[in-house]
Ligand binder design. Structure first.
Ligand code: PSU
Ligand code: MN
Length: 288
């Protein structure tokens, strides 16, 4: 019998350093790893420690990224800086994809991707360009409605990124299961996702695949309930004149402050659900 290597699933660290409060961030990171192991795959949480790119941080490194004071949020443009200066860094979806691909990892689970912002439509997350360039399957709960979701989907279409709905025909909006916007294809099994991925690779089409998974029903926050909170958070960001990499972490923190435990719980639930789906996809891919 041939010993096949375990399927692998990458995890990001910006959600740990800048997306969730301590100690929820540490517990969540550990639970996601356990869920992936239970699903028959190997978790590889990605981060940067003293300038070294790591796929599979240990417990000490997790604590450092979860509690450290000056952990830089590292998008693609920041990579050479943290490496040259031997700094610690939390990786966004963009950087996690790029590092995962360097380590030969094809599947990555996260919460929400960045996108085109509301208001300032020139603020477009590097996550979208990374999806256009880097061959990794990103499993997420769609994107937070802090973003302009129609513009985000248009951008993905322009750049040739296929968007899959996991058990749904609609693009999920993170806290809410639906956005009223269609995905390109619905898949109900890991095998279906694996087949699309293999076809894309066989065609030599560059870039990743976005698999969007609706938050489990019991923890959904209906759009009409979360929308006023988002509007308030976006207005506060504008009032403070925030720009560039500061905007998303500010909005995430502000929404958590304004909506309390319910949004935190929803966030944790969907992250764990996405870890489970990612392990299933990685397992299907390994058998393909
Ligand atoms: N959206 C969330 N939670 C997050 C992020 C986005 O609901 O933690 C993080 C991810 O790491 C994502 C990054 O890649 O924010 C996007 O930041 P920006 O918009 O600055 O590209
Ligand atoms: Mn931005």
């Amino acid at each position: 019998m041939v010993n096949r290597p375990l399927p692998q699933v990458a995890l990001e660290s910006t959600v740990i350093s800048h997306g969730l409060p301590y100690p929820h961030n540490v517990a969540l990171a550990q639970e996601m790893e356990q869920i992936i192991r239970a699903g028959g795959a190997e978790p590889r949480t990605i981060g940067i420690i003293q300038g070294e790119l790591i796929a599979g941080i240990n417990a000490d490194q997790l604590l450092q990224l979860a509690t450290g004071k000056n952990i830089r949020k590292v998008s693609r443009r920041d990579l050479p800086i943290v490496v040259a200066r031997k700094q610690d860094g939390a990786t966004t979806v963009a950087t996690t994809m790029w590092i995962a691909q360097r380590f030969g990892i094809e599947v990555f689970a996260t919460g929400g991707i960045g996108g085109v912002h509301r208001g300032d439509g020139t603020d477009i997350s590097a996550d979208l360009q990374e999806l256009a360039q880097t061959p990794v399957i990103v499993v997420c709960a769609g994107a937070k409605a802090i973003l302009n979701l129609p513009a985000t989907l248009e951008y993905l279409e322009t750049h040739g990124v296929t968007v899959v709905g996991w058990g749904t025909d609609e693009f999920p909006a993170f806290y809410s299961r639906s956005s009223g916007l269609p995905v390109d294809v619905r898949c109900d099994t890991g095998q279906e996702v694996a087949a699309i991925w293999q076809a894309k690779r066989a065609l030599h089409l560059p870039g990743g695949l976005l698999v969007t998974v609706p938050i489990p029903v019991a923890d959904e926050i209906p759009a009409h309930e979360i929308e006023p909170v988002i509007e308030q958070a976006v207005a506060d960001a504008v009032a403070q004149g925030l720009r560039s990499a500061q905007v998303t972490p500010f909005l995430l923190t502000r929404i958590a402050e304004l909506s309390g435990d319910r949004s935190l719980r929803a966030n944790l639930v969907l992250l764990k659900n996405n870890a489970r789906v990612a392990a299933a996809i990685a397992g299907a891919l390994a058998l393909f």
